[in-house]
Design a protein around this ligand. Structure first.
Ligand code: MLT
Ligand code: MN
Ligand code: ZN
Length: 305
């Protein structure tokens, strides 16, 4: 199974257009060794021909251009994206669907009914797209058996509810419900290899931990380094957890959990916010991750399992 990271940044990307935090200004002045990143999305395939896209970021056109496998050019209008899976209804994971409106058929899309509700009402993207290609919607079931997608041979998907946060335009903002954020285990049926993907993980729970322990690779929420990072910078009034993202450090933080996984598990952080000091390739935080055997996803990263 091949996993290709199309975008590794959190909402806003890196550098963020209006931000002058140490990382964003360090990028512009060249005073820090930091790499630009687009907003979070991955694509996965077992046969290297049919790809499932996880999340549709506002940067999707640039991401498709940067990964030729997604444009096989077999006919006048063509794509290798055979299914789209949305983990939540947030802007950074969904508005790229607008850029796919030229598709010759309704977009083959999988998401939870609560995500669909938010994309029909609070942010009525599905209704707008009905004036273009439309959406061929399929329900993401939160069942431990998982499901397959006929157009994506060789892979099985098991979605699980995550406690994170719904978007500001959702009726359950700050009152998360099971389904408005999901994580997914992708299993290659032939090899049995598994990756667990969760770009928005607000809280560790038993079923999430079990999925992480069962995976060969975890590709998980790397949004913020500290619980108060955005507050300390004056960029937000919210803590990391209130935004639906476990911080890396502190008690019950992501690093504590990743340390408990076997050393054979590949550990990768994704959905990295532009303020996160781990973006500084020469900084002490990046060194600390390296010592712990934790990687930082970058655009174009390939994970072969
Ligand atoms: C999030 O992951 O919390 C959101 O994408 C934030 C945002 O909309 O920028
Ligand atoms: Mn996000
Ligand atoms: Zn910034």
């Amino acid at each position: 199974m091949k996993i290709h990271v199309l975008g590794s940044a959190a909402g806003g990307g890196f550098p963020q257009w209006n931000c002058n935090c140490p990382n964003c200004s360090g990028y512009r002045t060249g005073s820090k060794r930091v790499t630009a990143r687009t907003q979070s999305s991955i694509t996965v395939s077992s046969d290297h021909e049919n790809w499932v896209l996880f999340n549709a970021s506002p940067d999707i056109l640039q991401q498709i251009r940067s990964f030729p496998a997604l444009q096989p050019a077999r006919s006048l209008r063509d794509t290798a994206i055979k299914a789209i899976f949305l983990m939540d209804a947030q802007i950074d994971h969904t508005t790229g669907l607008y850029m796919l409106r030229e598709h010759h058929l309704p977009l083959p899309l999988w998401c939870h009914p609560l995500v669909r509700d938010d994309l029909m009402n609070g942010n009525p993207l599905f209704k707008v797209l009905d004036h273009y290609c439309g959406i061929d919607w399929h329900e993401v079931l939160l069942s431990s058996e998982g499901f397959t997608v006929p157009s994506i041979p060789g892979l099985r998907f098991t979605a699980l509810p995550l406690t994170s946060n719904a978007p500001p335009y959702s009726p359950h903002r700050d009152q998360p419900q099971a389904g408005d954020n999901v994580g997914v285990t992708i299993t290659e049926t032939a090899s049995g290899k598994r990756i667990f993907y969760a770009p928005g993980l607000g809280q560790m729970e038993q079923h999430v931990w079990a999925a992480m322990q069962a995976a060969d690779c975890v590709l998980v929420d790397g949004t913020l380094w500290t619980e108060g990072e955005m507050i300390a910078l004056g960029a937000s009034k919210k803590t990391s957890r209130a935004m639906g993202h476990m911080p890396q450090t502190g008690p019950d933080g992501m690093l504590e959990w990743l340390d408990k996984l076997p050393s054979s598990t590949r550990k990768v952080l994704i959905h990295i916010n532009n303020t996160n000091p781990i973006l500084d390739e020469d900084g002490p935080e990046r060194r600390e991750l390296k010592q712990r055997g934790i990687e930082v996803a970058h655009d174009g990263m390939e994970i072969d399992l």
